[in-house]
Write a protein that binds this ligand. Structure first.
Ligand code: ARG
Length: 580
């Protein structure tokens, strides 16, 4: 079954063919000037001259024919030969009645597997705003792909294995040298509760990091510990297990708040067993070679515009690092899942790392030739001064501080009416933060303007939620239970028809957002649909409409808008509260 737009595209094509004009890819797009029409066809200009017409003549011929069609209310020529089209209300309503089929049509199982790696929090380090972005964008892309019928497996990929682990262990030893974890000859039972809290860890790591910069002996000790941990020294390993779990507790809470979850909660450490054989294999097959004690893979290409340094498989101290675990992790994922695509959602400062990694695994043939590896890079969330986000006292903005700021702002706003339900405020705060994050073009930096993003008006999370809650509450107030079964009538009410016109675009929006991997397309659309709905709401008596059939069609439209909003918000992992 084809949709309304495809139908009119086919019609234009036959009109042109009847004029002996050969064309096979007629594209009709949204009209960028609503006062002229709903959709437009811009292809006439490219064809006219070749077939002996002026653009306007040919456009007029197309319009004359289109006007005779039952789908079309009006077609007119604008400018040098744009064909503007306005559909009959009944055609729009029929199309909206087919919404579910339309969505089902694009959401068929694709038999295509995607592995997505996002979140990427680090043990003993506070989540920063970049981690929020990765979590929000990754979760949205995952849900969008799933919705469209792709099989998606997600992994949080905890940063739990690099040099910072040695630093944390050395830092804990400095504070509590008598713990049995440090005694190599210890034979008893190890404690089963972490000797440090997550707050302690966030202090221990930066201190150890500073010390390692100033004190070479300490740095060497950290290196040695990292190496021994990675090679199975029991006390270190037991301690590591405890503080990793401890460190993840606040992270999981933040993920809960953001409505983000994963299929796999693995980490850099998960692939540890694969590292030694991998290094051996790479050297044996001459993919990698030793250079100044390190093991590297050349990944530069002749036509590189910037220098691409060799990929580091192992450092000279033999310890596994970020690049090592990323490579071994692909091996492990490949063996278990064999995805068609790998997606990594990490900020754009890691672009070089991923470029090297992807070339290295292709060179090593650890993935198939046609396996796609994509880094979805994103820009920085900046403060109002346009510089990377800082707290008031100049420190790095942690995710929790940002969340707290938004919560406070939302609570103040919502407390106007007196009642202030904690859970509802949390849902709205989460929506505020996520919508702000996702409504920007992923790749560009953007300014987090808290006043703007928390506002109840404008392209904001609260506004979209408010609209959805409003639509739901009208239905509730009607006390009618089977609103979804009501019929949309052709009513002479422009605001009503405008909502219908916007609502039919939802399936196309889903498809376009996926093609471009751009969640901001969904946000933009939610804003447009919500605006038209609020306009309709403010201009129309809905519940007090005395003509029952009219009232029922208005209610049905409320129902449709609420369902579309809920469906799209769910892709963005934004929950809708019962009331606001
Ligand atoms: N832990 C990293 C960071 O904080 C992000 C991890 C991204 N994923 C990956 N497989 N490298 O920057």
């Amino acid at each position: 079954m084809i949709n309304l737009i495809e139908e009119v595209e086919n019609k234009i094509q036959s009109i042109l063919n009847e004029l002996n004009i050969q064309v096979d890819n007629v594209k009709v797009v949204e009209c960028n000037r609503a006062e002229l029409g709903q959709y437009q066809y811009n292809g006439v200009m490219a064809l006219a001259k070749k077939y002996g017409y002026t653009s306007q003549e040919l456009a007029q011929l197309v319009c004359d024919k289109l006007k005779q069609d039952e789908l079309i209310k009006d077609a007119n020529v604008a400018g040098v030969g744009f064909v503007n089209i306005t559909f009959n209300n009944s055609a729009l309503i029929n199309q909206l009645n087919r919404h579910k089929e339309e969505v089902d049509k694009i959401c068929t199982p694709k038999g295509h597997k995607i592995f997505i790696d996002y979140g990427g929090p680090n043990v003993a380090k506070t989540l920063h705003v970049g981690h929020l972005r990765s979590a929000d964008i990754g979760e949205g892309l995952k849900r969008l792909a799933r919705k469209l019928g792709y099989e998606v497996i997600s992994d949080v990929h905890f940063g739990d294995w690099g040099r910072q682990m040695g630093m944390v262990i050395a830092g804990i030893e400095e504070r509590m040298p008598d713990l049995p974890f440090f005694d190599e000859n210890y034979k008893g039972e190890y404690p089963t509760i972490s000797p440090v809290s997550s707050e302690d860890l966030e202090k221990i790591y930066p201190l150890a990091n500073i010390k390692a910069k100033e004190d070479e002996e300490f740095l060497n000790k950290c290196r040695k510990i990292t190496y021994e941990l990675q090679n199975g020294r029991e006390g270190y390993y037991k301690l590591w297990k405890l503080f990793v779990a401890e460190s993840m507790r606040p992270v999981m809470k933040t993920y809960d708040f953001l409505n983000v979850s994963f299929d796999l909660y693995e980490g850099e450490s998960t692939c540890n067993e694969l590292i030694a054989p991998m290094v051996k294999d790479l050297i044996d097959r001459k993919v990698a070679y030793e250079s100044q004690g390190a093991v590297v893979i050349d990944v530069a290409k002749d036509d590189d515009k910037v220098e691409v340094p060799p990929f580091l498989v192992l450092k000279s101290d033999g310890a596994a690092m970020y690049s090592t675990t990323d490579m071994a992790t692909i091996l492990s994922r490949q063996r278990r899942f064999e995805p068609n695509e790998y997606w990594y959602v990490a900020d754009n400062r890691q672009s070089l790392h991923f470029l090297q990694l992807f070339r290295a695994v292709k060179k090593a043939q650890y993935v198939k030739d046609d396996t796609q590896l994509i880094h979805f890079a994103f820009g920085t969330m900046n403060g109002k001064d346009g510089k990377p986000f800082k707290t008031r006292d100049g420190g790095v903005m942690s995710a929790l501080t940002l969340i707290d700021n938004v919560k406070t702002e939302i609570r103040n706003k919502m407390s106007n009416g007196g009642e202030n339900d904690e859970e509802i405020c949390d849902i709205i705060s989460s929506a505020t933060l996520k919508f702000a994050d996702l409504s920007n073009n992923r790749e560009t930096d953007f300014i987090f303007d808290i006043d703007k993003f928390c506002a109840l008006e404008g392209k904001t999370g609260p506004y979209i939620l408010y609209t959805t809650v409003r639509a739901n509450s009208i239905i509730k107030k009607s006390q009618l239970t089977n609103v979804d079964k009501f019929e949309l009538l052709d009513i002479d009410n422009k605001a009503y028809i405008d909502v219908i016109l916007n609502a039919i675009k939802a399936p196309m929006v889903l498809q376009k957002a996926f093609e471009q991997k751009a969640l901001n397309i969904i946000c933009d659309y939610l804003f447009v649909l919500s605006n038209s709905f609020n306009n309709f709401y403010s201009q129309t008596k809905i519940l007090t409409e005395s003509d029952k059939k009219k009232r029922d069609s208005y209610l049905k439209l409320c129902y449709i808008v609420s369902k579309i909003n809920e469906e799209l918000l769910d892709i963005l992992a934004i929950k809708v509260p019962d009331r606001m």
